[in-house]
Design a protein around this ligand. Structure first.
Ligand SMILES: [Zn+2]
Length: 304
């Protein structure tokens, strides 16, 4: 485990998508899908860290752009969500993000988002805490009512200026006039080739720099302030849930196994086993909108 942690540090905590080499097999006999056993652990936990990934958003109809049949035009997000693609073809990358922004604004939180938010509010009154550490760049956790959310891959609804670095919340639809009606995902749709001065621009006085989505592109380093907060949560949590993530995008893929290495119970909720399932104490298979609500519901021992 330590070696794997070092590997993450060696990567400079850059976001990368990769197949994971199999680690040493955990004793399978120790892994459980016993919900009543999990509920006992849950009822005693004081600091719960919930790591969420694309699967949670997918159940609200947000595409992940990670599979062959989830392309935008001819491309996957790995082709477009890169600093190189943005500097070469900012118009095309903005069309892609404009499409994703408009799409997520039409989506609603699902039962998994709502269960997490309800649990946070309820446990707070008992002096217990829930933190969401999410790889999702949509706004669905916040919409569901979650307050304590660390967005490690940034947000579709924020922009960052390429010139002055200013980060701004931006929920405008469309984000600029030139992108109105653009971004259609069909494989034969031609690039809009919007001139760079008509793309979203900074509104700071005397700046007018080109804006980019405030999301972490592939190959970029994660925000160190957010990572520091994540590190702290990983150290203090006494229960960790890994929800709707296939645990293949680093560094987030290591968060759950790191907590497990401390001897803290980690429960995975996913539609399938992941490369990291073997590290975890519990594995609950199925749509997280189905498996999570009963897991996080009020326990009989909770004093309200
Ligand atoms: Zn600026």
């Amino acid at each position: 485990m330590l070696l794997q942690n070092r590997a993450v540090v060696a990567l400079g905590l850059r976001m990368c998508s990769t197949q994971v080499a199999k680690g040493p097999l955990m004793d399978k006999a120790r892994q459980s899908s016993d919900m009543s056993e999990f509920r006992q652990v849950f009822s005693k936990a004081k600091h719960i860290a919930i790591i969420t990934g694309a699967g949670v958003s997918a159940e609200s109809g947000v595409p992940t752009f990670r599979g062959e049949n989830e392309k935008w035009r001819k491309w996957l997000s790995q082709d477009l969500a890169t600093p190189e693609a943005f500097s070469r073809t900012p118009s095309r990358v903005w069309e892609f993000y404009h499409y994703r922004r408009e799409l997520v604004m039409s989506k609603r939180p699902n039962a998994a988002h709502l269960a997490i938010a309800e649990c946070e509010g309820r446990l707070k009154k008992q002096g217990r805490s829930v933190v969401v550490i999410t790889q999702c760049i949509d706004d669905l956790h916040r919409q569901a009512g979650s307050k304590n959310v660390l967005k490690i891959h940034g947000s579709l609804q924020e922009t960052r200026c390429m010139t002055c670095g200013n980060v701004t919340v931006n929920r405008r639809s469309p984000i600029c006039a030139a992108l109105k009606g653009k971004g259609a995902p069909g494989p034969d749709v031609p690039d809009a080739q919007i001139p760079v001065d008509k793309l979203p621009r900074c509104e700071e006085i005397d700046c007018h720099g080109l804006l980019r989505p405030n999301v972490v592109f592939f190959g970029e380093t994660l925000d160190s302030h957010i990572l520091t907060k994540v590190e702290k949560e990983m150290e203090i949590c006494d229960l960790c849930l890994v929800v709707g993530t296939s645990s293949i995008v680093y560094p987030a893929a290591m968060f759950g196994p790191r907590v497990a290495a401390r001897g803290i119970p980690v429960a995975e909720f996913n539609t399938q086993v992941s490369p990291k399932t073997e590290y975890f104490t519990y594995h609950f298979q199925g749509p997280c909108g189905t498996t999570l609500p009963p897991a996080l519901a009020q326990h009989e021992s909770e004093v309200m």
